[in-house]
Write a new protein. Structure first.
Length: 151
């Protein structure tokens, strides 16, 4: 009976030690992800978070922290992309307006060419697609903020 109890305690001790090692490894990956995030290495941070998700599915508290970090990464990436897209929208809109003025003048003078009209149409399509991207990024940022507030 004593041998069984000793075996049971030894098993519990080994399980507790292995569980701590399991959590420690997951926490080390999380710390690596945080460091990568702080260095603006977002893809590397996401890679570490993916490793936590795959390799340590039972490290619930660490996975919760990783999820919060993941949301911050996605928010930061979307904000950076939004800034670039905003500049692009402004630039392409200015180009479109210049072409539009020229085409309208040529239409009034009855000398607008098919090439000018095609260029105007293509510029408008490009402008509209960039505006759509801008709107999607705004919605993504809004959604992430909403998720972060619900915690």
């Amino acid at each position: 009976m004593k041998a069984i109890i000793n075996t049971l305690f030894l098993s519990l001790f080994l399980f507790a030690c292995s569980n701590n090692s399991y959590t420690d490894k997951a926490e080390a990956l999380l710390n690596d992800a945080k460091a990568a995030y702080n260095e603006n290495k977002y893809d590397a941070a996401v890679s570490k978070i993916d490793s936590i998700r795959k390799e340590y599915p039972k490290a619930i508290e660490i996975r919760k922290e990783a999820l919060a970090l993941y949301q911050n990464i996605e928010l930061k990436k979307a904000q950076i992309d939004l800034e670039h897209t905003d500049k692009l929208v402004t630039s392409i809109n200015n180009e479109y307006n210049i072409i539009l003025i020229k085409v309208n003048e040529d239409k009034k003078a009855l000398c607008a060419t098919a090439g000018e009209l095609q260029e105007l149409t293509l510029k408008k399509l490009k402008r509209d697609s960039i505006k759509t991207r801008f709107d999607i990024l705004c919605a993504k940022i809004h959604y992430i903020h909403k998720l972060q507030k619900t915690k």
